[in-house]
Design a protein around this ligand. Structure first.
Ligand SMILES: O=C(O)[C@H](O)[C@@H](O)[C@H](O)[C@H](O)CO
Length: 222
């Protein structure tokens, strides 16, 4: 199973497949193994992976699920791999290693272990690539689902996909968070169809705001 794929500066992609981190040459459809992780485990796989602003790949693992979110606990780990293929294990006893991203000043690493139901922050040492001083930024509330994939926007706010929660939450790690409720979706009628989403943002401190989000979704990708 493919957990992640990220573009490689020298061309092609780096992907996490099973417990292998591989270089993918799309033009020749070939894969070359670069590193193996969880070599002491037989029942895990790579899940989300992302590259830090300095070119280090961070990628985490989880046990193979019996059913969604049902799996042997504490089998996963979080690793980084540098361009010279040095593998460092940062965390173990992870349940479902999932979303991650870095603050705009690169001094904080945000991370999700889904079954912990929290979005966590670590201090990030950009010289060594090491993480430390873990703390909780946001704890999921009843009915919000499991925190899953995550991305940071240009304002430094986190967007967290909530698995089985039917929502995306928007968190300002410094201040507050918002719930994003999708209230309708529409497709444009042109060749490159635009997906328009009507959304309501509910913020703890700033009340409710209605707005729209749109994405360009070429029909080839559906
Ligand atoms: O990238 C993925 O495929 C997802 O992150 C999954 O790993 C889900 O989080 C998990 O399946 C929830 O049960």
């Amino acid at each position: 199973m493919v957990g992640f794929a990220v573009p490689r500066r020298s061309g092609g992609y780096v992907a996490g497949i099973g417990r292998s981190i591989v270089a993918v040459d799309w033009s020749t459809r070939t894969m070359t193994s670069m590193a193996e992780v969880d070599e002491d485990k037989g029942n895990t796989r790579l899940n989300d992976g992302k590259v830090d602003p300095y070119g280090r790949l961070f990628a985490g693992t989880m046990a193979i699920e019996v059913r969604p979110a049902e799996l042997e606990r504490h089998q996963g780990s979080l690793y980084s791999v540098t361009s010279d293929l040095t593998v460092t294990k940062h965390l173990d006893k992870v349940d479902i290693s999932n979303g991650m991203d870095w603050s705009l000043d690169h001094r904080t690493f945000f991370y999700i272990d889904s079954l912990a139901l929290t979005i966590d922050a670590f201090d990030y040492d950009s010289d060594s690539g090491l993480i430390g001083n873990r703390r909780v930024v946001y704890r999921m509330e009843e009915g919000e689902g499991l925190p899953d994939g995550m991305a940071i926007d240009v304002k430094g706010h986190l967007w967290v996909a909530c698995y089985n929660g039917g929502r995306v939450i928007n968190i300002d790690p410094a201040v507050d968070y918002c719930d994003l409720y999708v209230t309708s979706a529409s497709l444009g009628l042109n060749e490159c169809q635009d997906l328009g989403l009507k959304v309501v943002l509910r913020s703890h401190s700033q009340g409710e705001h209605e707005g729209t989000l749109s994405a360009n979704c070429s029909t080839d990708h559906w």
